[in-house]
Design a protein around this ligand. Structure first.
Ligand code: AP5
Length: 191
């Protein structure tokens, strides 16, 4: 099984590159952001609670997202591999993911970390907010809160995988196709 974490701050291009990667490598895309937005759209109790946190640009509690990922992994027993997008976002989530994959006799193959300047992240998300309807893109303060949350809680996840020598940095600025080409080179190297 080939299991990839696409890592990076809000607006770094994880969702954009994930779409292309799952098409090319037939991986199952697991995005906790998409799973949470689907709960919100369906107005579930989990979704209503999560929305309050997401609208402030903060992270949803670990146990909620770990539970969602655990269910999603179990629902896809025939997957060739998983592409994790927006997960794990804390050290506790990373440790839980390793345990879940261990139960399936598999592990993370590689983490690709997209690097984009803070100003470019803000520009991209402000622009997307003009049309996306995403409530966490609506103003610069929320966008900055999301980026702060990333620095405070999520960068530690890259350190966690560095100890296992699994992290590759990817320049996340340039055209979508240029970045995709670079990512594919790294994937092909270890697949
Ligand atoms: P989530 O949905 O994961 O959002 P995010 O990490 O904030 O990331 P985005 O979707 O905004 O950006 P992206 O990196 O995917 O970039 P994209 O390709 O979209 O999380 C949302 C919230 O849910 C969190 O704040 C949190 O509350 C909660 N949550 C989710 N997962 C959680 C977890 N594990 N634990 C706890 N809470 C969790 O691109 C962005 C824009 O840039 C687009 O408009 C795109 O067209 C454009 N773009 C992409 N590439 C380029 C390029 N090369 N050049 C120019 N523009 C580009």
């Amino acid at each position: 099984m080939f299991n990839l974490i696409l890592f990076g701050p809000p607006g770094s291009g994880k969702g954009t590159q994930s779409e292309k990667l799952i098409a090319k490598y037939s991986l199952k895309h697991l995005s906790t952001g998409d799973l949470l937005r689907s709960e919100i759209a369906n107005q579930t109790a989990l979704g209503l609670e999560a929305k309050k946190v997401m609208d402030k640009g903060e992270l949803v509690p670990d146990e909620v997202v770990i539970g969602m990922i655990s269910t999603a992994i179990d629902q896809n027993p025939d997957a060739k591999g998983f592409l994790f997008d927006g997960f794990p976002r804390t050290s506790a989530q990373a440790e839980a993911l390793d345990k879940l994959l261990d139960l399936k006799n598999t592990s993370i193959s590689i983490m690709l970390a997209l690097e984009v300047s803070e100003q470019e992240l803000i520009n991209r998300l402000v622009k997307r907010g003009e049309t996306s309807g995403r409530s966490d893109d609506v103003n610069v303060d929320i966008i900055k809160a999301r980026i702060n949350e990333y620095h405070k809680k999520t960068t530690a996840v890259a350190d966690y995988y560095k100890q296992f020598d699994k992290v590759v940095l990817i320049k996340g600025e340039g055209t979508v196709d240029e970045i995709f080409h670079h990512i594919c080179q790294e994937v092909d190297n270890i697949m």
